[in-house]
Design a protein around this ligand. Structure first.
Ligand code: BGC
Length: 459
């Protein structure tokens, strides 16, 4: 028997694993109406008094619309292999459909060229919440025509960029769009209706299907859907809590993946929405269920779930006394990511997965002299979640890449600039970018394809 310590775990990731970071148009670009763009629902929402914290808007954000070249240089310096971003629909079609705005298209075309010149693979999301206001005026996601509108917009981009962009995502987090935008109203367009939410959700999925169909006619690479998944664990072994977990899981996780991948809704949704749950035309499911090349999963937290009075799913999230919580009040629970990846494979089969968002808002100290931002909690968060992904890969889940959320501190929707998720600090007064310690650490992980995950953290 030898006393030598166990060998450090080998954290190398599969060859070609795509290491990157993510952003979204409205959260970083600023200049929302520049060069002929039309307004989006987020520009309207943020300019309505009382809708966002401190009245914060995306008018300037990280000024990425003007600083994109410098931002790509920064990505290159960090050694990112991939960059996930979204396109602002109303820059491309200012009225949502019809007329194309060449200057808007050109912005993204130049961004993609710059990324490619720097050996950074673009992952393009068509819709990350900033619906053209002109389409909201026509009912937005409540109008069944939205499937055609979205396919038309997708086609404009596929024709302009496919080949240079090889990984496309249709919709980012349909659950948040409907729960925040149509049920509880904290996000644009700010509706509060149990009757609208299932209709908006269903139409989002029809739009997703139509955009994938259009892609098969125009594009030759990969397209998928991005969902946010939150594993639900029972707070006790009571029957009531087990039923609550079923409802919470169906409402948040299966509501979108089931129709997209299995062509049906989970039965719990009828119980959750009651008389607001319509009979759906059977042919809709043929449109929604399109073969996908991958699914993008955004993971932030889990919830320990009990029966309760949340609306409409009648559950409660039980705070964990020994848990660590982020600035957005989300429990840090890396094991949940392994669990959900295993659940995904068991339920939907061997579809490739990208982790398209994962990260945390923590309180960051100000930039210290010499340009350092010490954010050990974020580094620890990223490290533990990467290790959880490594576990899932070892168990046979086909995870192909990881996009840290977010490249930059940015506009956290209705919470304005109050929460910082970036691995790069942004000074909103000067727009100076400063890579935090987590970014420097992540660079090393990327350069070693994960091997340095087993190194002790430098604090
Ligand atoms: C969204 C991001 C958001 C992040 C943190 C995700 O739900 O896709 O836009 O900033 O979570 O809240």
């Amino acid at each position: 028997m030898s006393d030598s310590p166990a060998p450090a775990r080998d954290f190398r990731f599969p060859e070609g694993f795509l290491w990157g970071a993510a952003t979204a148009a409205h959260q970083i670009e600023g200049s929302p109406l520049a060069d002929g763009a039309g307004p989006s629902i987020w520009t309207r929402f943020a300019h309505t008094p009382g809708m966002t914290l401190n009245g914060d808007t995306g008018d300037v954000a990280c000024d990425h619309y003007k600083r994109w070249k410098d931002d790509v240089r920064l990505m290159r310096e960090l050694g990112l292999k991939a960059y996930r971003f979204s396109v602002s629909w109303s820059r491309i079609h200012p009225e949502g459909t019809g007329r194309v705005n060449p200057k808007g298209l050109d912005f993204y075309s130049r961004l993609v060229d710059e990324l490619l010149e720097n050996d950074i693979e673009p992952l393009l999301t068509l819709f990350h919440w900033d619906l053209p206001a002109a389409l909201d005026d026509r009912g937005g996601w409540l109008n069944r025509d939205c499937a055609d509108w979205f396919a038309e917009y997708g086609t404009t981009l596929y024709r302009a960029l496919d080949g240079r962009v090889k990984k496309w995502a249709t919709i980012n987090e349909p659950w948040v769009v409907t729960d925040g935008g149509y049920l509880h109203g904290a996000l644009a367009p700010g509706h509060r209706s149990r009757y609208e939410a299932p209709i908006a959700a269903h139409n989002l999925m029809r739009a997703h299907g139509a955009a994938v169909q259009a892609y098969r006619a125009e594009g030759a690479h990969e397209i998928g859907l991005v969902v946010n998944i939150e594993p639900k664990y029972p707070a006790s072994d009571s029957d009531a809590d087990a039923a609550a977990v079923r409802r919470a899981h169906a409402y948040m996780n299966e509501q979108f993946l089931h129709p997209a991948l299995l062509g049906r809704y989970p039965p719990e949704l009828k119980d959750i929405f009651g008389d607001a749950w319509p009979e759906w035309p059977a042919e809709d499911f043929a449109l929604i269920r399109q073969p996908l090349d991958f699914v993008g999963i955004n993971y932030y937290t889990r919830s320990v779930t009990a029966a309760g009075d949340s609306y409409p799913q009648r559950t409660a999230v039980v705070r964990q006394p020994l848990g660590t919580y982020t600035e957005t009040g989300w429990e840090v629970f890396p094991q949940g990511l392994t669990d959900l990846l295993l659940w995904f494979k068991d339920t939907y089969g061997d579809l490739p997965v990208y982790i398209t968002e994962n990260g945390a808002a923590f309180f960051d100290p100000p930039v210290a002299e010499g340009g350092r931002v010490r954010d050990p909690l974020r580094t620890d968060y990223l490290r533990k979640h990467l290790s959880a992904i490594h576990d899932a890969i070892a168990a046979g889940v086909d995870v192909r890449g990881y996009m840290a959320w977010s490249l930059l501190d940015n506009l956290e929707w209705s919470l304005g600039y109050s929460k910082r998720f970036g691995i790069v600090h942004v000074n909103y007064g000067t727009q100076e970018r400063t890579p935090k310690d987590s970014a420097r650490w992540y660079s090393k992980v990327i350069a070693s394809n994960g091997r340095t995950l087993s190194d002790p953290l430098p604090y």
